[in-house]
Structure formats: structure tokens, C-alpha cells
Design a binder for this molecule. Structure first.
Ligand SMILES: [Zn+2]
Length: 167
């Protein structure tokens, strides 16, 4: 895993192992709904903005995200325009269409980062109650400031994480 928000890839892997154990043991609810767009279909994962220990519920699994919202969160520093366009769609009720081809980071990135984002890539409903993508954006900017990186560089390198369980 790549460094994120000043946390090392190794630390993030420790957090993921803790999550996997807690899910298996039934101590923590597995992600079943995206807090950003409301998606319940396809791959839903846990995303953290804070990987500090002790690992804990509500922080280490702070955001349950569909694979596409999750891929966009990790694409933001490299592709700010795609991020802005995507967040705007979600905030007015867009929910990215679940397709076999976009249910991993590479597929989601290919579809939503490397091409223009258009309304027909979404199913449409009511705007979400919670603006989770904005919460994450603010948190990334605060982390960048805290660790002395220029804004929107809180994630140091590129977007792709091949293993869908690894973020
Ligand atoms: Zn989502």
C-alpha cells in the first residue's frame, strides 16, 4: 500500500489486517453501503483518514465507500478535475453505475478518472444526506498541512491499488 495522509503503507496494512480480523470475528460490521453515494451494490470497502493506533471502530473503518468513490478518493491528488466532477455528481444524487468492469480500482480508475465524467455514468436519486466526499477532501487537506506537503499531495504517488481489499 502507498503512504496516505502521512501514514506509511506498512501502517495501513496493519490497519487492514485488524479490520479483516474484526470482520471475521463479527466484532465490526462489514461495509455494505457507501456513505458517500448510498450504493449498496458491488464492492463496498472501508476507508480511513486516520490509521493511528490503537485501531478502533468508527475511525479505522471511518468511511464505508463503494469501490468507485474509494478509487476517486485515492485519485484526487493526481486528478483534481475528475475528483471535482465526480464529487459534484454524487452531491446532486448521482450513484455510479455498477458494472463488472468497474468493480476494482483499475476498472474504476479507467472509467472515471481517465475519461470525462458524464451524467449517463450514474443512476440518479435524491442527494445524499451526508457529504462524505467533502469530509474526506477537508481531512486530506488538513493532513497535507499537518505533514508539510503542498495541498492535495497528501497521497504521494499514483492512484492505482490493484488488490480491492487493500485500501
Ligand atoms: Zn459511493
Amino acid at each position: 500500500m502507498k503512504d496516505y495522509n502521512g501514514f506509511s503503507g506498512k501502517q495501513r496494512e496493519r490497519a487492514q489486517r485488524w479490520l479483516n480480523k474484526a470482520w471475521t470475528a463479527g466484532q465490526l460490521a462489514r461495509p455494505i453501503e457507501c456513505v458517500a453515494c448510498g450504493q449498496t451494490e458491488g464492492v463496498i470497502q472501508a476507508h480511513a483518514e486516520d490509521y493511528s493506533e490503537p485501531f478502533r471502530a468508527g475511525v479505522t473503518d471511518g468511511f464505508h465507500l463503494c469501490i468507485i468513490c474509494h478509487a476517486m478518493v485515492h485519485a484526487r491528488s493526481k486528478s483534481p478535475k475528475a475528483w471535482r466532477d465526480y464529487r459534484a455528481m454524487v452531491e446532486v444524487g448521482g450513484r455510479a453505475k455498477v458494472m463488472k468492469s468497474n468493480q476494482n480500482f483499475l476498472g474504476a480508475t479507467a472509467q472515471f478518472v481517465n475519461r470525462p465524467i458524464t451524467a449517463d455514468m450514474f443512476d440518479w436519486g435524491s442527494p445524499p444526506a451526508r457529504r462524505a466526499l467533502l469530509e474526506i477532501e477537508v481531512s486530506q487537506d488538513e493532513a497535507a498541512e499537518r505533514i508539510g506537503l503542498s495541498s492535495d499531495a497528501a497521497e504521494r504517488s499514483s492512484t492505482a491499488a490493484v488488490d480491492p481489499q487493500s485500501n
